[in-house]
Write a protein that binds this ligand. Sequence first.
Ligand code: AVJ
Ligand code: FE
Length: 393
Amino acid sequence: MATTVATTPDSTPPQSPAQFLEDLEDARRGTLALVASLSEEDLERVHSPIMSPLVWDLGHIAAYEDLWLAHRHGGMALLRPELADCYDAFETPRAVRGDIEALGVADAREYLQQVRARTIALISSRGVGDGVICEMVLRHELQHAETMRQTLAIAGLLGPADVAKAAGPPGPARPDDEFAQIPAGPFALGAEGEAFAYDNERPRHTAETAAFQIARRPVSSASWLRFAADGGYERREWWSPEGWAWKVENDIGPHPALTASHPQAPACHVSWYEADAYARALDARLPTEAEWEKAARSAAAEQPTGSLPGEAGVLAAVGQVWEWTQTRFHGYPGFVAHPYREYSEVFFGDDYHVLRGGSWATHRRVKSLSFRNWDLPQRRQIFAGLRLARDPR
Ligand code: AVJ
Ligand code: FE
């Protein structure tokens, strides 16, 4: 099932050049299918101040592929060096600074296609090397497909299949305040073995947690709406000072998508500020990312009922919505940026919170128990909800 979270990625590099090219083409079919029925205007419009126009994602996907495969892997000159700046190809000398505008729709499609033709020639003759850069480029396109779906959701332009996935399987018919107990003790946190992982998932290291409890399933939309009806957005004592200020300034109430969703489905489009307030209202808290991964890797004493997606350890319904953690996005002890600082390191600090698990819009290949997503605490465009944790009682 597409929403299952893999314990080990099915793509231990290096895969064969032919397989890699096939997977790249699959990713491209996915990207193009997302925009196939959209008008030029919808592709070029800025649907939200926090999202790029969809046509920018297209040009950026091409520029990234050209930078990493043709240029860095293959040692060739960039196909369109004058576009590097506008598509943020940061590793490139800023010789040709961007007085160049982003490409229009037809040109972006052509650029995608021309870059791909060079990729095919290069990989066929030169191979995939150790496979790391290839895997990174492939996952970059897959990750942008999720970003584009966020934009499409904001614009009301998601296709019917995606609308159905977003509405979700209803989620396990179990209360979202049913907790599993995890004992204190050490465990191995981070990506294991030689399989591809992003730099921020390494090095794997021993982490300790105290005993804790974690909810078997994410908070449902019904529970969220009950929280709202019970004064969740008025009870200042449940909110952090920053969260309250954000709520007041932006006149925040429950995201409209919550009313439209199945009551049992995991609540989605919830910001960290709201998730944090919800947890406190329920006399609980958000899990740390170490707690989340430990629970996801622990053997389930009793299998969660139902054939619902994404059972990981004692956690049910992983992979429908990203799950906010209380942890801020920092490097693990001994972190080394690879292959470039701008993937994760420039985001390290207290501004971003870590999310775990993956959403209905996350490609299977990107979902893993060690993958760390991150976003700002006020963001609601991501397909994110929460799962409660608390100290033993
Ligand atoms: C891992 C989703 C936070 O969108 O900024 C895309 C992925 N990195 N292009 C992001 C990414 C470069 C990244 N996230
Ligand atoms: Fe990108």
